[in-house]
Design a protein around this ligand. Structure first.
Ligand SMILES: Cc1cc2nc3c(=O)[nH]c(=O)nc-3n(C[C@H](O)[C@H](O)[C@H](O)COP(=O)(O)O)c2cc1C
Length: 344
């Protein structure tokens, strides 16, 4: 399979493999980790409330450091008010982010219900069109994209109409998660419906859902005709998955996973960066959710997970890592490039 080129407006990605916005996870430290492993063409922030940002007049924590962060970087906004989206997009264009994405896929009750945003908006392609137009107006020459599910419910699979409305109002790319909001994660992705969206628009479509390795990425690209793939949950477990997919797209052998020693180093460095940012106790608590995903598939991972989700500070954290993943003799792990990972 030849490597497709993924262009989002004037932005040409080095590889059509994209790291998804994942609230609670894809913060600056995690984005840095993913970039260091390589193979990822574009990475997104967590979703950011345009309204909360504009009305509070302070920079959300989720945007701290974004101005000086490596590019390309996509920032995702959510809201249902065009003025707030336009203002937030204008602020992001001053920060020179690479892509501004709008969230029309979040199935959470708080976002769909209380805020009538996220995937609720899939009921209403015209409103989505107005929100995209507002973002485009605010964004100046920064490209705007939209991230959608197949519809708000299986009975209302509106993805094609929504994608057409987004395109007609200036979106430069669309990411489609191949499930409806009411399906949450309960059924396999419906790739044929992503393919329908691909056929319905002329802007690039990024296929999303259940991509967890090189084979599933190739299969998703083949089955949908999409211009790229986006990975969310697997990146939280194996942040090196992007280099595997990119290698396969180039027809190269899939690189081996980091050794256990490298994964241990990654874990300790990730924790160190969290503590440097958030303090010993809070940083350790925030690290639990990452640590409990890493090392899965390795013998002893389950008791490690159980223990690490109770770590309260650095001493605890290090003791648990030492107990389950002791440092290997004097073997020189291939972590030289990872050593610089989390140095603040
Ligand atoms: C914990 C969690 C948080 C998420 N946060 C966001 C988000 O902030 N914005 C968004 O568009 N999608 C979000 N998603 C959805 C993912 O980006 C992605 O569309 C979905 O998980 C399907 O991809 P996957 O099969 O690769 O995980 C989130 C998913 C999870 C599991």
């Amino acid at each position: 399979m030849t490597l497709p080129t993924l262009r989002i407006g004037a932005l040409v990605l080095a590889t059509p493999v994209v790291a998804a916005p994942v609230a609670g996870f894809t913060d600056a430290i995690f984005r840095d980790l993913v970039r260091r492993f390589g193979g990822c063409g574009l990475i997104f922030t967590e979703m950011i409330s345009a309204g909360a940002w504009v009305e509070a007049k302070t920079l959300p924590d989720r945007l701290r450091g974004v101005e000086s962060e490596a590019r390309p970087l996509g920032v995702q906004l959510w809201d249902r008010a065009p003025d707030l989206i336009a203002e937030a997009a204008a602020r992001l264009s001053v920060m020179r982010v690479s892509v501004i994405d709008l969230n029309f896929g979040c199935p959470k009750r708080r976002i769909m219900g209380k805020h009538a945003a996220g995937a609720t908006l899939l009921r209403d392609p015209a409103t989505i069109g107005r929100l995209v137009a507002a973002a485009v107006r605010g964004a100046g020459n920064i490209p705007v994209s939209a991230k959608i599910r197949l519809g708000p419910s299986f009975a209302a699979r509106t993805a094609v109409e929504v994608a057409r409305a987004a395109e007609a109002n200036g979106a430069q790319a669309i990411t489609v998660h191949g499930r409806t909001a009411d399906q949450h994660y309960g059924v396999p992705c419906q790739l044929e419906m992503i393919a329908e969206v691909v056929r319905a628009v002329s802007i690039p479509v990024i296929a999303n859902g259940d991509v967890h390795d090189a084979a599933s990425a190739l299969q998703t690209l083949r089955a949908t005709g999409a211009a790229g793939v986006m990975v969310a949950r697997e990146a939280l477990v194996r942040p090196w998955v992007f280099r595997e997919i990119t290698a396969a797209l180039h027809g190269e052998p899939v690189p081996s996973a980091p050794t256990l020693a490298e994964q241990r180093a990654m874990l300790l460095m990730h924790h160190g960066a969290m503590v440097a940012r958030d303090g010993d106790r809070h940083g350790t608590i925030m690290m639990r959710k990452f640590a409990s995903r890493y090392l899965s598939g390795i013998p002893g991972a389950r008791p490690f997970r159980d223990a690490i989700t109770r770590a309260g500070d650095t001493a605890d954290f290090h003791a648990i890592v030492e107990r389950f993943v002791p440092e290997e003799g004097r073997e020189e792990p291939r972590v030289r490039d990872l050593r610089a990972l989390f140095t603040p």
